[in-house]
Design a protein around this ligand. Sequence first.
Ligand code: SF4
Length: 327
Amino acid sequence: MMAMEPLLKVENLKKYFPVRGLFRTIGYVKAVDGVSFEINRGETFGLVGESGCGKTTTGRTILRLIEPTSGRIIFDGKDVTKLSGEEMKAFRRRAQIMFQDPYSSLNPRQTVFEIIMEPVRFHGIPVDDPEEFVIDLLESVGLNEMHLYRYPHEFSGGQRQRIALARLLALKPEFIVLDEPTSALDVSVQANILNMLKDLQKKYGFTYLFISHDLGVVKYMSHRMGVMYLGKLVEVGPAEKIFENPLHPYTQMLLSAIPVPDPELAQELKRKRMKIEGEPPSPINPPKGCRFHPRCPRVMDRCKKEEPPLVEVEKDHYVACWLYAKS
Ligand code: SF4
């Protein structure tokens, strides 16, 4: 049987932002610098790293909310960077984003009904009974018809994220970028929203790119994951495998910094426990060789000169580190 094509393939994606001096461009912030990964249909791929590592820019560039500098973004077999106007409109319906801040993502002057119906009308999706349509959507995210004509300020943060989600569901998307969707919420509310996202994925077969700085949440949500550092992916693999056996020194540092409920894993991580030394260097002038070398406790001479490629170290588990290189 032929393996199913992934829904999304990102190939050598780059996004550089110019740094302007008085009269000319004096450099570039290499926010995303040659990132490649795939997401299978119905899968959640987690993207994790410290703030400023490029994970949010990666998500927005994939949706072309930000234009890529170079690279290919293949969605359902087509290169998103080369779509015509009509094809782009269809892509915008099929691929959605849920933002972190539920307070700024909803128009305060619109009622819930208007908020949900606006994109439906924009995309020309036929709806027989708009009220019934919106009530169904509200019920699928745990709200109800009482909320139909209320305004965003009348809701809590968690309820606003539910409204934002109902608006996405109205377009029947296949792919959703979840950009820190619960980091602005209380812990108890976070769990409800994350469980709802999982249930909706099961029900509708959604494919998610889940972006977060919170490793615990990424582990809970993701089938596979990628760890980003200074615009590069340094480790990619099944989430369980990476949590059980993190191979890249940066991933080991990130993991050793979070509380671990599993006593065996805690023991294992204790052995490897390291401090996260220093701040990430500037993405304008990233270090030569391995970008992590100024902070890496296992740095070798080679690391300062040559950049390690992302290679498969064990089945489906990729690492960019000279400790695992065969040559
Ligand atoms: Fe550390 Fe070298 Fe591996 Fe980079 S390549 S993570 S500096 S051991």
